[in-house]
Design a protein around this ligand. Sequence first.
Ligand SMILES: [Zn+2]
Length: 203
Amino acid sequence: MIKAVQHRLLGLFKIAKSFLIYDEEIAVAVDAGHSRWCAKRIVEALREVGLTPGDLKLCILTHRHWDHSGGVRALKEMTGCEVAIHEGDAEALGNVIDHRLRDGEVIPLLGGIRVIHVPGHTPGSICLLQGDSLIVGDALIGGRRGLKPPASIYCDDYEEALRSLERLKSLDFEAVYVSHGVDRVKGGKEALIELLNRLGSAS
Ligand SMILES: [Zn+2]
């Protein structure tokens, strides 16, 4: 099961979401929000699904940006979870990181969580595939009308970010969970193909 946790800046403005992937016994968090407040919110969300802080085994960061990683040290303190990020973004976060992830790796929790490297937004950006759900971080933005690439001003290498989206085409998934904007619980793959067609015809 997957639960979205919406974080807010100054208690008001919606910014990057976190997600809990969980079953009856354990949970994995994807992204930690920007602050200690976000970490607290994730701990509340664990309780909301009937788990305790100690049931959080791992926090996987989709990339190094502050709005996804700023709360991770606090989350680690509050829960004892380990922290993982792709090796391409690990350096920026220092000793809070326990595991450096690689493309194609399958994390052996909750039926397997597969790491897909999608560089461009940052060098170590990843998507995560669990069951038929794809959690994309900032590799895709959830617009009201459809999926969108991240804004070029927020990308280390925008062209590479667009090329990386092609990598997602070969995966089987139904749901797409985005850090920013509207998640697509159904029809996520179709929405990705539609975006790739739009990008292809624009170039
Ligand atoms: Zn970002």
